[in-house]
Design a protein around this ligand. Structure first.
Ligand SMILES: [Ca+2]
Ligand SMILES: [Ca+2]
Length: 92
């Protein structure tokens, strides 16, 4: 009986892991693709709004601050270059 429970748990965990892997924030997705997805109007620049996206509350605040740091030339847009520079820093 206990073994059966263990097997069921293991199966449930495997299923959960597979579901998590299918989520849309896949690790290893290229920055270019993430940038393109965030760039809703396709002008190759991210506005603060596009960068923040659907983030809320604390996450939104962090994204706003990050946007300010990433926008090196202060033109209120993030170029792909600025975006990628930020990602590289984050991964270190
Ligand atoms: Ca845009
Ligand atoms: Ca900029």
């Amino acid at each position: 009986m206990t073994r059966l429970v263990c097997v069921l748990l293991a199966v449930a965990m495997l299923g959960g892991a597979r579901l998590a892997a299918g989520a849309d924030e896949k690790p290893g997705k290229s920055p270019e693709k993430r940038f393109a997805r965030a760039d809703k109007n396709g002008d190759k620049k991210l506005t603060l709004e596009e960068f923040v996206g659907k983030r809320q509350d604390e996450k939104k605040e962090k994204a706003v601050k990050r946007f300010g740091r990433l926008d090196k030339d202060n033109d209120e847009f993030l170029s792909l270059e600025e975006f990628m520079a930020g990602i590289k820093k984050k991964n270190k």
